[in-house]
Each structure stands twice: as C-alpha cells, then as structure tokens.
Ligand binder design. Structure first.
Ligand code: RP5
Length: 215
C-alpha cells in the first residue's frame, strides 16, 4: 500500500518560535541522485554521501564507472542518468580523477565531484605503495575543480562525500519545499549540538572534556 516509507517529524523551530508537525515522505519513487565512483576502493569514502541522503529519504542509485578502465561507459552512464531523470550526479574519484569532469562533459545534469584519497590511510593490510597518492588528494581536488571553462564541476573537500550529499539536497530543495524545511532543521540541530558541547566544555574544563570526548 505504501510504496515508500514515511516518517513523522516533530519540528521545534526555536528561532521563529514555531511548533509544527510535518509528515516527510520519500521525495520520489525513482532515484533523484546518481552516485558514481571510479573504483570499489572508493566505496568506503563515498558511502558518506549515501548515508546522509538515506537519512533525508532521498533515493539514489550507486554505480562504479571508471574514466580510465571503462571509458565507453562514460557516455552510456550520462545517457542513463538523463533517462532516469537524475537531478544531480555525485562523482567520486582518486588520483588524476577524470570521472566527474568527463561525466559533466556528457550531460547538463549538475555534477558534484568528490576528490578521493584512499591509499594514504592507516589500514594495516595496505601494502600496495604504488597506489599511494604522492600529493595527498590535492591531485584529485585540482583535477576536479580546475575544469576548463564551459564544463563546470563543483568540488567538495578531499573525502568529504557527505558534504556532496548535503549540497545535492540543497539543489533538490529548490524543487521540494519540505526538504528545504528539513535542511533548515538540520542547521538548527548543528547549532544546538555546538552549544551543548560548549556548555560541557565550560562545565568540565578543557582537560576533563578532552579525556571524556576522546577516550
Ligand atoms: C581512481 O583510482 C579511483 O577513483 C580510485 O580512487 C583510484 C584507485 O583505484 P584502484 O586502483 O584501487 O581500483 O580511478
């Protein structure tokens, strides 16, 4: 009966002194966002985008499309994205990171690029030094953000895939007023979280606060 889940949120908008009940449903039966990445290596980083979209009930479709290993899939994927009606594409890639720019060159759907640094982590089993980024993710950041004039891609910070998810929702919010309210509520909860931590810091003092927070 209900094809998509709904959640009842009690919103307390303190600044405007407004109390309201709001029924928030999944915004579409079809995915609105296409998430792609250059390799399965990127999945641990890119899952941040999926998690925040899931939290806000935004459907997304996730795929691996490699600009250098599956170049013919670039145009195929762009066509697929248009047929699917995606409103935004989030594309993550490491190293030379051609994927976001190449997808953008095939479509007018806005592309948000996530520069990825996967191989400089502390994973004990990571022994393949040949895959380490010599430039600590700056290579991917520049590759994505420095698209030549005419085919722009916006870039979030290195590994900041959840920011890409939030930015995608800001674009979608132009179409879905309830999502706009949800995003404003999200900002209010961030504000409250900082105040709470500041109160705790004042109460316990720096030394105890650090021990408690980072134990
Ligand atoms: C890029 O090369 C991918 O986006 C990934 O970040 C990096 C390494 O990929 P693998 O060699 O681990 O598949 O294309």
């Amino acid at each position: 009966m209900f094809l998509y889940a709904f959640v009842v949120y009690f919103l307390f908008v303190k600044d405007n002194n407004v109390y309201c009940f709001l029924i928030i449903m999944s915004y579409s039966k079809k995915p609105l966002v296409g998430i792609i990445m250059g390799s399965s290596s990127d999945t641990r980083i890119m899952k941040g985008a999926a998690e925040i979209l899931d939290e806000f009930k935004i459907k997304h479709e996730d795929q691996i499309v490699s600009a250098h290993r599956t170049p013919s899939r670039l145009s195929e994927y762009a066509q697929h994205a248009e047929e699917m009606g995606f409103k935004v594409i989030i594309a993550g890639a490491g190293g030379a990171a051609h994927l976001p720019g190449m997808i953008a060159s095939h479509t007018i759907i806005p592309v948000i690029g996530v520069p990825i640094l996967v191989y400089n982590d502390q994973h004990t089993k990571k022994t393949n030094n040949s895959k380490f980024s010599a430039f600590g993710g700056l290579d991917s950041l520049l590759s994505i953000s420095e698209m030549p004039t005419g085919s722009p891609v916006v870039a979030v910070g290195v590994n900041k895939s959840s920011n890409a998810g939030i930015y995608a929702m800001k674009i979608l919010a132009n179409e879905f007023p309830k999502l706009k309210i949800q995003l404003k509520q999200y900002k209010i909860s961030q504000h409250k979280a900082v105040l709470k931590e500041s109160d705790d810091l004042k109460k316990y003092g720096l030394t105890k606060f650090v021990k408690k927070k980072f134990k």
